[in-house]
Design a protein around this ligand. Structure first.
Ligand SMILES: Cc1cc2nc3c(=O)[nH]c(=O)nc-3n(C[C@H](O)[C@H](O)[C@H](O)COP(=O)(O)O)c2cc1C
Length: 375
């Protein structure tokens, strides 16, 4: 098997995943709900040959939260817009299984997959219980979240197989629109959800959207081992990540799946310069916007581009970083990474110079999921 190269993802999070980034002169103060800002960042990431744009989410807010969460776009809506100004980069939105409705989510993400011609991903998370209050689910408890998530995933994946790949004939001459034998209702009855199906949308060029998941607990791992294709993981602790990855891959194997088909995606907020001195200047610039005396937690990836690229290569070769997911704390974060670090990763031969494909699955090197009724 040819060695899979390193993949890159970028989180676009408007004014930033911190309290003070919105005050930086180079950030539009309304960046989290500014379409031009999102378009500019999406094009920038695609020019950097990134595999995917990733959006985190929040479902319950209140005073004291980061400015980004207080006024932001809904994920699928903004990614649909971005699909029209990009061509190869993947588009992954976070939607919590604890709040949303599986039929609606299956339909939204499948639509994004068709609109983008095979570039959609869905990050299925439980999220924290706070959101239950916004989605008429206050009668449920934290203990319900994982059993609910399991049903949710079974339904969504089932609905994405509603039609076999060749179900739609659309022959105008003969007047044959589709082959009824290739349409499959779901008839799912669970403790939380009951869905008859079928879903009224056909499969996409990548078969179905790529399923991402984020979490850490044993309950999380059991479900992820069965359903996840990409795991978003906390990125700061190498030893923790190594143990977590080994345990998860063991569970994947027990499910009869190939561990190669599960990609680890730790997230980082790299701060790089051409030299270490420049990187530290960037850090100080970020800190200058924070309240007096406050210091930013030191990022896991900081320093000269050469140094950061070496660290990335180490994590990649150790099998804990199939995809590096980055967000930017400095408004030039993506720009710095793309102009300084990406060329070094390319020279090392571990990152692409051109897209291999124009579907998300194709670029990630994930297998095409054959429709379960066709098998
Ligand atoms: C890397 C990572 C990213 C996450 N991203 C989100 C997010 O975008 N929105 C959200 O509501 N919860 C997010 N969560 C929280 C999880 O959905 C979940 O509530 C949390 O991990 C606790 O469950 P666990 O103990 O099973 O991991 C994230 C968790 C992790 C580990």
């Amino acid at each position: 098997m040819e060695e899979r190269k390193l993949k890159l993802g970028g989180i676009i999070d408007g004014v930033g995943w911190n309290y003070t980034g919105w005050r930086h002169p180079a950030i539009p103060a309304d960046a989290s709900e500014n379409i031009e800002y999102y378009v500019q960042k999406a094009i920038q990431l695609e020019q950097g040959k990134f595999d995917l744009i990733f959006l985190a989410d929040v479902s319950h807010i209140g005073h004291g939260m980061i400015p980004h969460y207080l006024s932001m776009f809904e994920g699928v809506s903004i990614l649909s817009a971005l699909s029209m100004v990009t061509h190869s980069i993947g588009l992954a939105a976070t939607i919590a299984t604890s709040y949303a409705d599986p039929f609606t989510v299956a339909r939204q993400i499948a639509s994004l997959d068709k609109i983008s011609k095979g570039r959609a991903g869905w990050n299925a998370i439980t999220s924290n219980p706070g959101g239950l209050a916004n989605y008429s689910r206050s009668h449920l408890r934290k203990a319900d979240l994982y059993p609910m998530k399991k049903e949710f995933l079974e339904i969504v994946e089932g609905l994405w197989d509603s039609y076999e790949d060749d179900a739609f004939i659309r022959d105008k001459e003969r007047g044959v629109f589709y082959d009824p034998s290739k349409m499959h209702p779901l008839h799912y009855t669970g403790n939380y959800f009951s869905v008859e199906g079928p879903l009224n949308i056909s499969r996409s060029r990548q078969g179905r959207p790529v399923v991402f998941q984020a979490g850490t607990s044993p309950e999380f791992m059991d479900i992820a081992a069965h359903h996840a294709e990409v795991i978003m993981a906390p990125g700061h602790d190498f030893e923790y990540l190594k143990a977590f990855t080994a345990e998860l891959k063991r569970k994947v194997k027990n499910q009869g799946r190939s561990p190669h088909d599960l990609l680890m995606m730790p997230s980082h907020n790299p701060i790089v310069g051409e030299t270490e001195k420049e990187a530290l200047e960037r850090l100080r610039e970020i800190e200058s916007w924070m309240p007096k005396g406050y210091r930013m937690p030191k990022p896991g990836l900081i320093g000269s581009a050469e140094h950061v690229a070496e660290q990335i290569e180490h994590w990649y070769r150790e099998g804990v970083m199939d995809i590096l997911l980055i967000r930017q704390d400095h408004p030039a974060g993506f720009e710095d990474f793309i102009r300084w670090v990406v060329p070094i990763l390319q020279d090392k031969g571990i990152f692409r110079k051109e897209y291999e494909d124009d579907t998300l699955r194709g670029n990630l090197g994930l297998p095409y999921p054959v429709n379960k009724y066709t098998k």
